[in-house]
Ligand binder design. Structure first.
Ligand code: P1T
Length: 413
């Protein structure tokens, strides 16, 4: 560890796990593109053999994320201090699932990114025989009902995508470890980022990120991260990252590390603007309901205040009307880009039922409340009043009643 572990996160995002390049003194790590490393004699090398297994640029990013999430794993024990970078968020999730033997039982939050649900239900349930019990883990009694002594993993997102439900991480760890202390608890921390919430501090074993989102923050890299504070899980993940091989490349690792330098100030701005916009939306005549963890109307606002340091940059709204109104709003914003993804400096807006959560069955969408009038906003770091004016323009268009028209619609599988 190159930095005093007690420094605050705003300092960590600049320095944690970093050191000047030993050869040149460069303060940012070089982008190490070599796929292989020369050895002096067979098996005698400088700790680097082949770039899937070891890459200095990837290590620099991984050590940074390890420090931000507080793995507490030393560089002597593991060269990247217990964090592992992958080619996408889903590649990170896929590798994490390989901690489980075939046929294992796991409990998962019912509300998850559609692609996570698809990987669980339509890939690993078949190929790995995973038995997955989905439950609303905001409710302790449902967690208790879903857990068995054989449950090997609990998977939560908090805030969830797209309903922004909050899981009480300390409650989940107390209950789940009480039923099976060997159970691995994983939290997808994508929506919060380690600036806002650090699941390992609440008794979780693994934190997962789609670093495509807030960690990188500039919508120009697809990537994923896992971080653990458990030495045994760390050794397993190190083995699996190399054995499966879906690693992050050095260019992407460099860009993500560069993005993280501003994570603290970006998250402050995202959260400050999101709060202002959520309050404004709550009083708008075209809006049925606003979901934002910072609003007292959020069902788990008390958990948000306890567990989160700021309420994040994601807002979900339900419009009055139907699909036509939603389409008209989405087609008539000019600063917000109508696009999947989130967590970048630019504001994005999307329709979960048609876009990010189209892979769920209509029944599941209905059960989760992912309706035709649900719209998800990722608040960027533009001027908040400009964003409000843009939303006002979209909402005004939503209230006009002409038939929907527009470009070709695509169907997602
Ligand atoms: O897209 P990828 O980097 O593979 O990450 C998948 C993923 C995992 N977990 C959460 C909470 C996510 O939101 C995502 C990706 N989500 C989107 C693309 C989206 O627009 O919601």
């Amino acid at each position: 560890m190159s930095i005093d572990p007690t420094v605050r996160l705003a300092t960590k995002v600049i320095h944690a796990g970093q050191r000047p390049d030993p050869v040149t003194g460069a303060v940012m790590p070089p982008i190490s593109v070599s796929s292989t490393y020369a050895q002096e004699s067979p098996g005698v090398h400088k700790g680097f053999e082949y770039s899937r297994s070891h890459n200095p640029t990837r290590y620099a990013l991984e050590r940074m994320v390890a420090h931000l999430e507080g793995t507490g794993i030393s560089e002597e024990y593991d060269p990247s201090c217990g964090a592992f970078a992958f080619s996408s968020g889903l590649a990170a999730i896929g590798t994490c699932l390989e901690l489980l033997d075939s046929g294992s039982h796991m409990v998962a939050m019912d509300d998850l990114y559609g692609g996570t649900n698809r990987l669980f239900s339509r890939v690993r349930a078949r190929s790995q025989g995973l038995k997955i019990a989905y439950a609303d883990l905001t409710d302790e009694s449902r967690l208790r009902a879903a857990m068995t002594a054989e449950t090997k993993m609990v998977w939560v997102e908090t805030p969830t995508n797209p309903n922004l439900k909050l899981a009480d991480l300390s409650m989940i760890s107390r209950v789940a470890k009480g039923v099976n202390k060997e159970c691995i608890l994983v939290c997808d921390n994508t929506f919060a980022s380690p600036i806002i919430q650090r699941p390992l501090e609440h008794g979780f074993d693994v934190v997962m990120h789609s670093s495509t989102k807030y960690l990188n923050g500039h919508s120009d890299v697809v990537g994923g991260l896992l971080a653990t504070n458990d030495p045994q899980v760390c050794a397993q993940l190190r083995f699996l990252q190399n054995a499966i091989g879906s690693v992050m490349g050095p260019f992407d690792a460099y860009l993500t590390l560069r993005g993280i330098k501003t994570l603290d100030i970006r998250m402050q701005r995202h959260a400050q603007s999101a709060m202002k916009i959520a309050q404004w939306l709550e009083s708008h005549a075209a809006v049925e309901r606003v979901v934002y963890p910072g609003l007292p109307s959020h069902p788990q606002h008390a958990i948000a205040k306890r567990q989160m340091n700021g309420f994040g940059g994601m807002i979900t709204i339900y419009l009055k009307g139907g699909l036509d109104e939603a389409r008209r709003m989405l087609e008539n914003v000019r600063i917000f880009a109508l696009a999947e993804s989130l967590g970048g400096v630019e504001s994005l807006i999307e329709h979960p039922a048609i876009m990010t959560h189209a892979s769920l069955s209509p029944d599941t969408r209905r059960m989760l409340g992912i309706s035709d009038t649900m719209v998800r906003l990722s608040i960027g770091i533009e001027d908040a009043d400009d964003l409000i004016a843009d939303l006002e323009h979209g909402l005004a268009a939503a209230r006009k009643t002409t038939a929907a028209s527009g470009p070709q619609r695509t169907q997602k599988v």
